[in-house]
Design a protein around this ligand. Sequence first.
Ligand code: SDX
Length: 439
Amino acid sequence: MSKSTTQASEHEETRNLTFPVRRGHLGPAVLDINKLYSEHGLFTYDPGFVATASCESAITYIDGEKGILLYRGYPIEQLAEKSTFLEVAYLLLYGELPLKHELERFLDAIRHHTLINESLLRFFNGFHHDAHPMAMLTGVVGSLSAFYPDAMEARDRSQQELFAQRIIAKMPTIAAAAYKHSVGHPFVYPRNELDYANNLLYMLFALPTADYVANPVAAQALDLLFVLHADHEQNASTSTVRLAGSSGTNPYAAITAGIGCLWGPAHGGANEAVINMLTEIADIKNIPRYVARAKDKNDTFRLMGFGHRVYKNYDPRAKIIRSMTYKVLENLGHRSDPLLDLAMKLEEIALKDEYFIERKLYPNVDFYSGIIYRALGIPTSMFTVMFAIARSVGWVAHWQEMVNDPEQRLGRPRQLYMGPLQRDYLQMSQRAGKVGSGI
Ligand code: SDX
């Protein structure tokens, strides 16, 4: 094992510390600092985990500088062109593209787990009609563990496979039920003869008053969006699922933690925030004012759908979505979408601006995806739910990798303590109105 030294300079002293270096198959090597505290009494400090590898993984590789994304070694561009969401799900879960009979068995298993317990449908009546669909998704997915106590055996491989099939199969059913509740329409049950994307569109938009067949272009676009959103290495929500799962909790609870994290506008909630931002900008003539606001440190406004912790190049997924947007709009009979024209102009202006160039801020996966969801008739409040449906595959794959990793331990980071030194309790009469730090 090659070794390297690193300099940890301190005010009091300088120490030469030596750490083993571990190299992966691709990407930066890592300093193994596992013994740093026990041997040197030191922690590392890395808020936001900008330079911290939290685990070993063989699922997805990202090269942020080159804009490369591989699922189990396969480039996202090839999977987007040649594969389907459930075949990609199999690849992410099992590590290899399936043989014909393996895929058929997997599709059949998913098809026969799409129903949810009737009691779960009654949960939706507890929500007001204007409850955010992500709140409903969080509540109902979190309740799945009450119906599957067998999932508590997290290390049982057959239970892991059953959990994967149930979550992948039931997310669309729960998502569609949340939408139906929000619009006051009757729930629509899944159909075994429909594929994954067509089944979701059917559950979203069918009504008991007439037959419904989804537009094939819409189904194809949805399946492609799911391929692009299926996994993304140790992103915030996946890391949340891993951390929650590391306590040995049931996998439904771990996935629910991931849903909560994904909801944030800095993460999966950005697709909804992009449309809200474009709607607020409203006209091309307003773009310079909003770009100026995005650059103003005294203004909390950011260009939603721009920038990425890892990609310092164009997000390869955004490139694919951008190129498909016009085709989807045209094939769905939309002349265009004024928000798409606005988004294209905003991208053009931002990418010529020194602020964005210097910080390597490019459109990410969320910048254009909402334009397509709108064209499919999906309301803005459902955009992050759609992201969660796709990302549930990555969450499950990483959860399984984590629970089956012999090196896996309870995740428990430490801190740099900046609070008061030890002090004695003060009786009420002794408290001289010290102003506390407050919340
Ligand atoms: C996803 O991790 C993943 O893989 C996530 C994801 C996945 O598939 O799981 O790819 C999905 O979450 C995509 C990201 C969606 N979020 C957004 O679009 C929200 C807008 N983007 C930003 O909030 C931001 O870019 C982040 C949160 C995505 C990344 O933030 P970082 O890595 O913490 O970077 P930073 O905040 O330190 O920014 C570096 C600089 C700062 O300026 P300076 O302090 O150097 O002067 O860039 C600026 C930031 O102010 N900046 C932006 C900006 N994003 C960063 N300025 C204006 N608009 C922006 N969007």
